[in-house]
Each structure stands twice: as structure tokens, then as C-alpha cells.
Design a binder for this molecule. Structure first.
Ligand SMILES: Cc1cc2nc3c(=O)[nH]c(=O)nc-3n(C[C@H](O)[C@H](O)[C@H](O)COP(=O)(O)OP(=O)(O)OC[C@H]3O[C@@H](n4cnc5c(N)ncnc54)[C@H](O)[C@@H]3O)c2cc1C
Length: 335
């Protein structure tokens, strides 16, 4: 569920706040990462906003989150009605709440890094979205030559990889994702969506942003058999792991792409993080700095961390083939 709180606080990407809803819990608050940024994405300044809306993407669990969800969808009393009208289920409703914070890191993940991979799964997307929106906002300001020194960033390429169970879950972040895609300068953003459960053709993802591959399945299969995997540029041939583009351990379905400033891809199955990381490296220069940030379930974070370790190749640094610095930031929602 998405909770919006009007506030005078300002925050940086990936910071969290404590949400207090006195009607549900009188004394304690619960931590949630703010999934948006305090300014509009087309704001080219770094001025402190007077007032903004904090958005929290909340996974419903068993305690306070469940009670909040139930209150929003079922048992609203007169006090909680919006404009006196009883809203339909899952329509927005208002409730007295406030946030305390922000807390957490005080530095951006990104500003010095030429290439950034933001990876997330499920509600961990709050971390990736807030960072992604901020990067696109700053890169756009630079592209328009309107960036102040505080807004400027080194990042030239952003990969946004998001793993969800079902196609419907993209609805959680659809507006913000579109905002990111619509405002990204040409060639800056690549969105890689992975849906891990078999997709139903009726579940349309990002209509207008992803053009579906209309060739029939037989034709796609023949093409797949004919096509040879393509070796990545910058792959160190002396290292034992051979990386190819075009195949991953997960079942590969037709790749869907858009005619847009940014690329949006839809894959089914889990990503092979070795392929994803090598792909980001292939898109960058030999001395670029590369930052990887991930937030989501532990096995997902672990497997991306392993892929990042494999991508660090000291021998090729010694041989002068690359001077790449890779930073890895792992976030998990837990005590
Ligand atoms: C820094 C941080 C950022 C987070 N960001 C998000 C986010 O953006 N979206 C999201 O869905 N979840 C996020 N979480 C997790 C979220 O705080 C918990 O899922 C939520 O508090 C569970 O509330 P509940 O009463 O429904 O939990 P329960 O169903 O009672 O318990 C579910 C799990 O949540 C843990 N938990 C319970 N109360 C708290 C609490 N006050 N603080 C932390 N964990 C708790 C329990 O230990 C248990 O593991 C974040 C947690 C942290 C620490």
C-alpha cells in the first residue's frame, strides 16, 4: 500500500522515517524508507522545499501494517472519510498520521559514480526509486545546462533493475517509474523489469511504454535458436567465468522494448546478476566508477553481491586494462 504524508521535512534518497498513526498505535512508530524525493523531478534547483509529500511504500505484514490496510479498505468510520464520502475499497482515504525523521545515511549513493545500477525486489524498490528519481532529476538539469554545482552529478548511465512476483505489482510504482522514464535525458536510463511468476497476457505492464513483441511464439523460438550469444566487450578472457548477453539462467521470454528516450525491458524469471553486472560494465568506460545499490530479500542481495565480487578483476587492473572502482551498497529492511 502507498501512504502519503504532507510534511515540512526534507530528506535525501534512501533515508527512512518513523510513521506514527495514533489511531492504530498510540506510542510507537514504524520505520519506512521514503520512496520519493522532496522536489519535483523537473526542479533544477537544490532549494529546500517549503512543503512536500512523503510517499511510503508499505508491505502489509501482520501487525500495525495489517491494521492500517484493513482500516483503509474495510472498516472506515465517519472520522476517516475523505470529503464526507465513503470511498470504494483501495481508493485513497485520509487519516491523522505524522512522520518522525528522517533517519539513516546522510550521503548520496551516487554523485561521484559514472555508472549506477539500482537493483531492488518487492517493497525494497523504495530505496531504488528515491535514488533513481534523484539521479534522473540531476542528470536532466545538467542536460538542460541548468544545474547548480550542488545539483551536478558524475553519473552518465543508470540501470534500474526491479524484480517483482506478478505483473500487477508494477502498479505500486507505475507513476513514479513513468516520471523517471519521461524525464530522463536520452540514453541515460535503462529500466530492466523482471516478473518472476509466469505472466498472464492480460496483465499489461506500463501500457504505452513497452511495445509487445507481436511475433508468434514459433517465430521467436526459431530466432532464439539461430542467434548466437554475443560476447561482451571489456570481458576479461583470462578469467574463468564466461559472460554472454542474450541468455541467462532464468527462462528468457521475448524482450520488449520501447521507442523512448530510455529503454524499458521486460523479462520473465529471475535475473542472472552476472549478466546484469557485466552489462553495466560493458556500457561504461575502462576507468569509470561504478556503484551498485540493492535492496530487497537477502538471497537476491547476496546473489548480486557475489556477481559484483566476480566482476572485480585485479589481474586486469594490474595489466592496465581497467581502472574501475566498484562500490556496493546493500540495504535490508529489518531490525
Ligand atoms: C530502516 C528500515 C526501513 C524500512 N523500510 C520499509 C519500507 O520502505 N517498506 C516496507 O514495507 N517495510 C519497511 N521496513 C520494514 C517495516 O518497518 C516493518 O515491516 C513494519 O514495521 C512491520 O510492521 P508490523 O507491525 O505490521 O509488523 P509485524 O507483522 O508485527 O512483524 C513483521 C516483521 O516486521 C518487524 N517489525 C515489527 N515492528 C517493527 C518496527 N517498529 N520496526 C522495524 N521492524 C518491525 C518484525 O520484527 C517482523 O520481522 C523498514 C524497516 C527498517 C528497519
Amino acid at each position: 500500500m502507498l501512504v502519503s504524508v504532507t510534511t515540512r521535512q526534507t530528506w535525501i534518497p534512501a533515508q527512512h522515517v518513523y510513521l506514527h498513526v495514533p489511531k492504530i498505535e498510540k506510542t510507537s512508530g514504524h520505520p519506512f524508507t521514503v520512496c520519493n524525493i522532496p522536489r519535483k523531478i523537473d526542479d533544477t534547483t537544490n532549494d529546500r522545499p517549503h512543503q512536500s509529500k512523503q510517499e511510503l511504500l508499505i508491505r502489509v505484514r501482520e501487525g500495525m501494517t495489517k491494521r492500517l490496510f484493513e482500516m483503509a479498505t474495510h472498516s472506515m468510520d465517519d472520522e476517516t472519510l475523505v470529503d464526507g464520502a465513503r470511498p470504494q475499497q483501495r481508493e485513497p482515504f485520509a487519516l491523522r498520521a505524522w512522520t518522525e525523521g528522517p533517519y539513516g545515511k546522510e550521503q548520496h549513493l551516487d554523485t561521484d559514480y559514472d555508472t549506477v545500477l539500482l537493483n531492488s525486489g518487492g517493497s525494497g524498490v523504495s530505496y531504488a526509486l528515491s535514488n533513481g528519481l534523484d539521479l534522473v532529476r540531476r542528470r536532466r538539469a545538467m542536460h538542460l545546462r541548468l544545474a547548480s554545482p550542488e545539483t551536478a552529478i558524475a553519473t552518465k548511465k543508470l540501470f534500474f533493475c526491479y524484480m517483482i512476483k506478478t505483473a500487477k505489482q508494477i502498479k505500486w510504482i507505475e507513476d513514479q517509474l513513468k516520471d523517471m522514464i519521461d524525464h530522463s535525458p536520452p540514453g541515460f536510463l535503462t529500466v530492466i523489469l523482471h516478473v518472476t511468476k509466469p505472466a498472464n497476457d492480460d496483465d499489461e505492464i506500463l501500457p504505452g511504454y513497452i511495445t509487445h513483441d507481436k511475433r508468434d511464439k514459433e517465430e521467436q523460438k526459431n530466432e532464439k535458436e539461430k542467434s548466437k550469444p554475443e560476447r561482451l566487450p571489456h570481458t576479461d578472457s583470462s578469467d574463468s567465468s564466461e559472460t554472454v548477453v542474450g541468455e541467462s539462467n532464468s527462462e528468457r521470454h521475448a524482450r520488449k522494448q520501447v521507442d523512448h528516450q530510455s529503454t524499458v525491458e521486460l523479462w520473465s524469471g529471475r535475473p542472472d546478476f552476472n549478466v546484469v553486472v557485466e552489462r553495466c560494465i560493458a556500457a561504461s568506460d575502462y576507468s569509470d566508477w561504478f556503484a551498485v545499490g540493492t535492496c530487497g530479500p537477502t538471497p537476491m542481495n547476496d546473489s548480486l553481491s557475489d556477481a559484483v565480487s566476480l566482476a572485480v578483476k585485479p589481474l586486469s587492473v594490474l595489466r592496465g586494462e581497467q581502472r574501475r572502482a566498484i562500490k556496493l551498497e546493500v540495504e535490508e529492511f529489518g531490525w
